[in-house]
Ligand binder design. Structure first.
Ligand code: AR6
Length: 172
């Protein structure tokens, strides 16, 4: 659990074995962190993503990192929190994290960084994002040297830290 670090900043700058992308089902790029990753990784990422033939909500697929410092990109698709037709959103969001960790382990990756999956355009509330992201990080922490949970906004960073600090205090 001590190898879990919550940081604030731009995930595309990180030098890790894998960064996780908050993609959409097409895997062909978009706005938010997805747009930033595709812009910086370059055209080779667009070509590799085309070959993957999309990704279902909660599933994860892997590519190289191309022009990024990160060696790999794990692409996963969060549920749209505003979509009233989906009644298992928490389970699907949990699957995004667990399937990303699974894929990282299968590829022997030891350092991984997640953004707050779904917490932007897809509107996952930040307290739910913090709980699921941190709970899943704790479950997987023994398999990694370092897990970064990357927040982009001050408010998200403080809510993530609050949740993790509460858990750490409970364990003292
Ligand atoms: N580094 C770290 N976090 C970031 C960055 C960055 N460079 N940029 C944004 N964030 P979002 P979603 C945070 O909207 O909600 C795309 O169009 C952001 O503050 O990127 O899963 C896809 O193609 C938020 O906390 O992803 C899909 O269509 C988090 O990343 C859709 O958006 C996720 O926000 C996916 O929506």
């Amino acid at each position: 659990m001590n190898n879990i670090e919550i940081i604030i900043g731009d995930i595309t700058e990180l030098d890790v074995d894998a960064i996780v992308n908050a993609a959409n089902q097409s895997l062909l790029g978009g706005g938010g962190v997805d747009g930033a990753i595709h812009r910086k990784a370059g055209i080779e990422l667009d070509l590799a993503c085309k070959e993957l033939c999309g990704c279902q909500v909660g599933e994860a697929k892997i590519t190289l990192g191309y022009n990024l410092k990160a060696k790999h990109i794990i692409h996963t698709v969060a549920p749209k929190w505003f979509d009233v037709r989906i009644n298992n959103k928490e389970e699907l969001l949990k699957n995004c994290y667990s399937n990303s960790y699974k894929l990282a382990k299968e590829n022997n990756l030891k350092t991984i960084a997640f953004p707050c999956l779904g917490a932007g355009i897809y509107q996952v509330p930040i307290d739910i994002s913090a709980k699921i992201s941190i709970d899943e990080a704790i479950k997987n922490s023994d398999s990694f040297d370092k897990i970064y949970l990357v927040c982009f906004k001050e408010n998200d960073y403080s809510i993530y830290n609050q949740y993790l600090n509460n858990l750490r205090n409970l364990l003292l």
